[in-house]
Write a protein that binds this ligand. Structure first.
Ligand SMILES: [Fe+2]
Length: 493
């Protein structure tokens, strides 16, 4: 501003609030180009008046701009708060909510970094998943009993606003030393739940070019009041999710545990399904439906007599029909569970894992796209695990045979894209799941398969010439896959 006033220069208005005194009524407007030739009093006055008017208009414009800028600056926290609240209302997961809060608050307060510390009531630790500026998924954990600024804020429940962190004895410069950051100003605001208990601390660092103000304290206090509520809800939601997850896992394991030979099948199918679903980029909202459907797909086996389930050798047609009933029983049992709206597809998806895309599957005989996509993913995972695991009537099937079954099943049993996507999976991830069958530590050699896909392993087993970095992989795989097989092992398939 001063620059504008100064640069316009030689002639200044008498006052910004008073009109400039006109030196005389305008007589006639000079033609363009005539101003340079004005030589007498009246036109000079006219010119002066015109210049004054323009200067005044310019100053008024500058003042308006300044007011607008100030107004915008004043509204900046409000618009930030609005965006935070709007985004938080959309998000359900605690981690996402924390991400939104930190990034928007950074803009809102015009500061360099923000962190949200959540207090774990059980351990008495303040931890943060979201700490801007930290590399990777590093979590900072601070004991509430430590002497740090954050802990002091949580214990006292008071706002802490510090101009120079290094001049405060509570500040621990160790984090700065580790991250190469230089902390200057710090603003910590406690987050309280509806009962007034502190559930965390919001920390903002390094206000740009100045210190945090009382206004900043007020804004952050307002924000944390909203955030605390949502964080509490998200924590309660996460607790329910953990409970549901664990309950379903235990239910799935009760099926697996009935038979030591199929132990872990449900969990491995879940892991293969999630790996395959991820590779096929299923929407995030479908991940949990896939997880729980895969976990519970064979739950209906609880209604099948053990004499049939555990029968060594092949089943009679009648016995096979009896086993097939498990898909319907899965649906009937799961339908009685009060799945939330988000998971309401689980009973249907889980019960469709034996459907085939050509319509020859069971128990509904669905065809093509009538079979839920997630069930088509589970179908591949289910068959792959069944074939590569030990069964009552056979040991692990040779990989060549597994490949043949999956390939001939393309577009009749399985959706071809699901089979193809399975073959593109990283080999070491498939082997890690596969080897978890043995209930022991995953062999370290599995790591040497990191650079190849499952497809490439199949090619190497089929006799493809290994590249230099693939040397020995075939032999290593065969050693892992056939480890601990009985010497008299004869596959029945
Ligand atoms: Fe099944």
């Amino acid at each position: 501003m001063s620059n504008t006033l100064g640069s316009k220069g030689k002639r200044k208005p008498q006052s910004l609030d008073q009109p400039i005194i006109n030196q005389g009524p305008p007589k006639s407007k000079p033609n363009p180009g005539e101003t340079a030739t004005v030589t007498h009093g009246a036109p000079l006055n006219e010119l002066e008046s015109e210049l004054n008017k323009r200067e005044l208009a310019l100053i008024e414009h500058e003042i308006k701009s300044l007011h607008m800028k100030e107004e915008l600056e004043r509204l900046r926290p409000l618009s930030g708060l609005y965006r935070v609240v709007k985004a938080m209302a959309r998000e359900r997961k605690l981690e996402k909510i924390l991400e939104v809060i930190t990034s928007e608050t950074q803009v809102m307060l015009d500061c360099d970094r923000c962190s949200v510390f959540v207090l774990d009531q059980d351990t008495g630790e303040l931890w943060t998943q979201i700490a801007q500026g930290l590399i990777g998924n590093r979590v900072i954990t601070i004991s509430i009993n430590s002497t740090s600024i954050v802990s002091d804020c949580a214990r006292s429940g008071q706002i802490i606003n510090i101009e120079d962190a290094y001049a405060d004895k509570r500040f621990d410069p160790e984090v700065d030393r580790q991250t190469g950051y230089r902390t200057k100003s710090v603003l910590c605001v406690p987050m309280r739940n509806r009962n007034g208990q502190v559930i965390g601390v919001f920390q903002a660092l390094n206000k740009v070019n100045r210190c945090f103000t009382h206004d900043d304290e007020d804004w952050l206090e307002g924000l944390t009041a909203v955030a605390a509520n949502l964080i509490e809800q998200a924590q309660a939601y996460a607790e329910i999710e953990r409970f549901v997850d664990k309950t379903l896992e235990v239910l799935a394991q009760t099926i697996d545990k009935r038979d030591p030979l199929t132990a872990g099948h449900s969990m491995r199918v879940t892991q293969y399904s999630l790996l395959l679903g991820g590779a096929m980029r299923i929407p995030e909202d479908d991940v949990d439906v896939l997880r729980y459907s895969a976990m519970m797909h064979d739950f209906g086996k609880i209604g099948i007599p053990e004499a049939i389930l555990w029968k060594p050798g092949r089943l009679t047609p009648e016995e096979y029909l009896c086993v097939q009933k498990h898909a319907r029983i899965t649906y009937d049992l799961l339908s009685n569970l009060p799945f939330t709206h988000r998971l309401k597809a689980v009973p249907f998806v889980a019960s469709c894992h034996h459907e085939k895309v050509d319509g020859s599957g069971y128990y509904r005989g669905l065809k093509g796209n009538d079979i839920p996509f997630l069930a088509r993913v589970i179908a591949v995972a289910d068959v792959f695990d069944a074939l590569t695991s030990v069964r009552h009537y056979r040991n692990r099937m040779p990989i060549e045979n597994v490949t043949e079954i999956l390939q001939t099943g393309r577009d009749n049993h399985f959706q071809a894209e699901c089979v193809d996507a399975f073959y593109r999976l990283p080999c070491h991830r498939v082997l890690t799941i596969m080897e978890s069958e043995r209930g022991q530590e995953i062999p370290p050699e599995v790591d040497s398969f990191r650079s190849i896909t499952w497809q490439r392993l199949v090619e190497l087993i089929a006799g493809a010439r290994p590249k230099r970095e693939e040397d020995g992989l075939k032999e290593t795989f065969e050693r892992i896959y056939n480890a601990n097989l009985p010497a008299d092992y004869k596959p029945l398939d």
